[in-house]
Design a protein around this ligand. Structure first.
Ligand code: SF4
Length: 355
C-alpha cells in the first residue's frame, strides 16, 4: 500500500476521494487542518463528521490546531476579495503548507487535498498552493489529481446521502457566509445545528456571561419592570436570572402565546405550560398597561452588531414590540448566534443593543 497524507477539509469532500484511494491501493492518513472555518462551533461539526468517517474506515486522523487568529493574519488585506479570488489562494497556501510540513516530518513522499472536490474552489489555485507548499520541503510532491473527474463528483453526492453527512452551505470563513445569510431559512437551520452541539455546561456558562454583561448595563440597572422570556433549551437560560432579580425587587413580565400573538403577563413565581409549545408562562391575567416596562429581553435565532434580529420565523416579536415603543430592546443570544450580518426585511425591528 502507498502512504499518502490527505489534507481534508470536510467529510462531504472526503468521502469519494478516500473510497477511491482505498480501492486503488493507497492508504490515506487524514490531516485535518482548517483554521479558516468560522465560527468555532462550525469547525467542530465539520471535524467531528470527518473523524467519524475516517475512524469508521480504520484510518488515522491527525488533528492540527485551530488558530483562527493566525488564519486572519494570513489573509489580512484580502477580506473584501470575492470567493475564488486572492484571499482563497492565501487560505489554501496556509493550510497546505501545514500539511506539507507534517508530511515531510513524518516520512510521507506525497500529499494531496480534498479541497479540490468542492464546487466552491478553483482547481488551478489548489494546484498552485499545493506545489508551492511542496517546494518548501525537499523530496515532497503535491499530487495534483483533479478529484472532481472520473465519476468522483457523482460518487461524492451519493456518499453524502448514504452517510447522512452534515453538508455545509458555505465554504468556511466568515467572508463566505454572506450568501448563506441572505437566505433566512438556511441561516436558521445552521444556527439550530450550531446550538445543538453546545453542551449543557457551555449553555450555562455562556448564559451566565450574558447576564453578567447585562447587569453592568445602565438600562438594566435603572429598570424596575422588565419583559423577559422563559427560556427553551436552545435559548440563553433565564430562570435563575429572573429568580435572582425578583427577590431583590425587580418586576418581571413574560410573554404568553395566544393564537398568532404574544400577550404579556406578570411573573409572580408560578408558571403553567403554555398553549402552543408548552413554554412555561404565568398563570394570570393579561397586562393591558405596558407603559411601566422600560426594558425588553428579546430572544432570537441570530443577531448582528447593527442590532438586526432574525427570529424563528413566526413573527411573534415583530407584532409584540411595536406595543412597547419606548422600551429599550436588548437582543439576547449565545456567541454562535452573533453573525456578521443578518438578513432583514421591512417588518424586522432593530434591537438597541445585543448582549
Ligand atoms: S472562501 Fe473558502 S477558500 Fe476562500 S478564504 Fe474563505 S474559507 Fe478560504
Amino acid at each position: 500500500m502507498n502512504r499518502v497524507l490527505l489534507h481534508t477539509c470536510c467529510a462531504p469532500c472526503s468521502g469519494a476521494i478516500i473510497e477511491w484511494m482505498l480501492a486503488n491501493g493507497y492508504t490515506p492518513t487524514i490531516y485535518y487542518c482548517n483554521p479558516n472555518i468560522y465560527p468555532y462551533e462550525e469547525y467542530l461539526i465539520r471535524k467531528e463528521e470527518c473523524t467519524r468517517y475516517a475512524t469508521g474506515l480504520g484510518l488515522e486522523i491527525v488533528d492540527a490546531d485551530y488558530d483562527h487568529a493566525a488564519w486572519q493574519c494570513c489573509i489580512a488585506g484580502l477580506e473584501g476579495e470575492p470567493e475564488r479570488g486572492a484571499r482563497c489562494l492565501e487560505c489554501f497556501r496556509m493550510r497546505l503548507l501545514s500539511a506539507a510540513r507534517y508530511a515531510s516530518e513524518h516520512g510521507f513522499k506525497t500529499f494531496t487535498s480534498t479541497l479540490d472536490s468542492s464546487r466552491w474552489k478553483r482547481h488551478d489555485q489548489i494546484v498552485e498552493a499545493g506545489q508551492w507548499a511542496a517546494a518548501q520541503f525537499p523530496g515532497l510532491t503535491f499530487w495534483d489529481k483533479n478529484w472532481r473527474q472520473g465519476g468522483l463528483q457523482e460518487r461524492r453526492s451519493e456518499i453524502i446521502r448514504e452517510q447522512d453527512f452534515y453538508n455545509q452551505r458555505y465554504c468556511g470563513c466568515e467572508f463566505s457566509m454572506q450568501a448563506m445569510h441572505d437566505d433566512k431559512k438556511m441561516a436558521r437551520q445552521r444556527i439550530k445545528r450550531l446550538i445543538s452541539v453546545m453542551t449543557p455546561k457551555q449553555k450555562a456558562e455562556q448564559s451566565a456571561a450574558v447576564w453578567e454583561r447585562l447587569e453592568q448595563n445602565d438600562a438594566f440597572r435603572k429598570a424596575t419592570d422588565i419583559l423577559a422570556y422563559w427560556s427553551m433549551d436552545d435559548e440563553v437560560q433565564t430562570p435563575a436570572f429572573i429568580e435572582k432579580w425578583t427577590t431583590v425587587g425587580k418586576r418581571f413580565y413574560l410573554p404568553s402565546i395566544q393564537g398568532d400573538d404574544l400577550i404579556v403577563k406578570r411573573y409572580k413565581g408560578t408558571l403553567k405550560p403554555g398553549e402552543q409549545f408548552g413554554i412555561p408562562e404565568p398563570d394570570g391575567e393579561q397586562v393591558s398597561d405596558l407603559s411601566p416596562i422600560t426594558l425588553i429581553l428579546v430572544p432570537g435565532r441570530a443577531f448582528d452588531a447593527q442590532g438586526n434580529r432574525m427570529g424563528r420565523g413566526r413573527g411573534f416579536y415583530d407584532r409584540l414590540l411595536p406595543q412597547l415603543p419606548n422600551a429599550i430592546k436588548a437582543g439576547v443570544c449565545f456567541d454562535c448566534q452573533k453573525l456578521p450580518s443578518v438578513p432583514t426585511d421591512e417588518n424586522d425591528i432593530k434591537m438597541d443593543f445585543v448582549i
